[in-house]
Design a protein around this ligand. Structure first.
Ligand SMILES: O=C(O)CCC(=O)C(=O)O
Ligand SMILES: [Fe+2]
Length: 293
C-alpha cells in the first residue's frame, strides 16, 4: 500500500519527451540534449528538475550563455541565492559565485556546497568561462549510492548520527579579516559569523525520499556524541566509501557546457592539475534544512 508520506516523497519522473536523457552510469550522471537553456519551454524546465533529482548530475553542452541567462535559467528552476554566504566574487552579479584559479579559486577538496549553513543550496549550476587546455575536470560522488551500498550495520549506525559542519576552517579568517565580519546575505540575513551547524549524517531527500550519506571532508568537522578518535575513524570510513570509483562521475569541460548537480545527494571535487587559468561561474538554488531518518 502506498501511503501519503510515500507519495509526497516520490519525485515526478521526467516525461522524457521534452528533453533527451543519456545516462552516464548506473547511478549518477546524465547528459541532457534537445534543450536550449535560453529558450527552454516550461515542460522542459519541469523535466530538468525531475531529471536532476533522478540522475543527480546533469551535463548540457553547447549553451554559451552569459551571467544574466545563467541566473534567469536558475530562477526558472527554483529560488536563487546569493552566490556565496561570505565570499566576495568581485565584479559579477550578486547571484554569481566566481571561482578563478588566478585568484586562488580552487575546489580540490571533496565537499557539498555550503553545508556550513543551516540551509545549504538544493542545487548548483556551473559553467566555465576560461578553461585550461587540459585538466581541471570536475568529479561528483553519489551520496545515495554510497548509503545504499554501505553494510546494514553501518547504515543503522549512520542513521542515528548527527555531525557538525564548520565553515570557519575554510572561510573564518577571510570573513573576519578580508570582509571585516560582514559577509553576504544568506537565507534572509547578513552572515557575520560562522557558528557550526548540525546536520544529520544520513539525509532524507525532500523530493525522492531516498537516503544519502551527508558528510563531506570540506565542511564536516566531527560527529556529535562520540570521541574524537571515533569521529575521525567513522568519517574516514564514510569518505573512503563515498569516493569509491563506482560512486563517481567525472566531467571534462568544454566551453558551452553547463552542469547542474543536486547538492542534497552529491559531493564534488575539482581537479587541480593544470597551470593555465581556469574560471568558473556558479549559481545556486535555495535549499531546505536537511532532515534525517
Ligand atoms: O570548479 C569546479 O569545477 C567546481 C567548483 C565548486 O566547487 C563549485 O562551483 O561549487
Ligand atoms: Fe563546490
Amino acid at each position: 500500500m502506498t501511503t501519503t508520506a510515500e507519495l509526497r516523497h516520490t519525485a515526478v519522473e521526467p516525461i522524457r519527451q521534452t528533453i533527451d536523457i543519456n545516462r552516464l552510469g548506473p547511478h549518477i550522471g546524465a547528459e541532457v540534449s534537445g534543450i536550449e537553456i535560453a529558450s527552454a519551454s516550461d515542460n522542459q524546465i519541469a523535466d530538468i528538475r525531475a531529471a536532476l533529482v533522478e540522475h543527480k548530475v546533469l551535463v548540457l553542452h553547447d549553451q554559451h550563455i552569459d551571467d544574466a541567462e545563467h541566473i534567469a535559467f536558475a530562477r526558472r528552476l527554483g529560488e536563487v541565492t546569493t552566490g556565496h554566504p561570505v565570499w566576495d566574487s568581485g565584479d559579477v552579479p550578486d547571484e554569481v559565485y566566481s571561482l578563478d584559479s588566478t585568484l586562488d579559486g580552487f575546489a580540490d577538496t571533496w565537499h557539498t556546497d555550503v553545508t556550513f549553513m543551516a540551509r545549504p543550496p538544493a542545487a548548483s549550476i556551473l559553467r566555465p568561462l576560461i578553461l585550461p587546455s587540459l585538466g581541471g575536470d570536475t568529479n561528483w560522488a553519489d551520496g545515495e549510492a554510497a548509503y545504499a551500498s554501505l553494510s546494514s550495520p553501518l547504515q543503522r549506525l549512520a542513521d542515528e548520527l548527527f555531525a557538525l559542519h564548520d565553515g570557519t576552517r575554510e572561510f573564518g579568517y577571510y570573513l573576519r579579516h578580508r570582509r571585516g565580519g560582514q559577509g553576504n546575505e544568506w537565507d534572509g540575513g547578513r552572515v557575520t559569523d560562522l557558528e557550526p551547524v548540525r546536520h544529520p549524517v544520513v539525509r532524507v531527500h525532500p523530493e525522492s525520499g531516498r537516503k544519502t550519506l551527508f558528510v563531506n571532508p570540506g565542511f564536516t568537522s566531527h560527529i556529535e556524541g562520540v570521541s574524537d578518535a571515533e569521529s575521525r575513524g567513522l568519517l574516514d570510513a564514510f569518505y573512503a566509501h563515498i569516493t569509491k570509483p563506482e560512486h563517481i562521475v567525472r566531467h571534462r569541460w568544454q566551453l558551452g557546457d553547463v552542469v547542474l548537480w543536486d547538492n542534497r545527494s552529491t559531493l564534488h571535487y575539482a581537479n587541480r592539475d593544470y597551470t593555465e587559468r581556469r574560471r568558473m561561474h556558479r549559481v545556486t538554488l535555495r535549499g531546505d534544512i536537511p532532515v534525517g531518518v
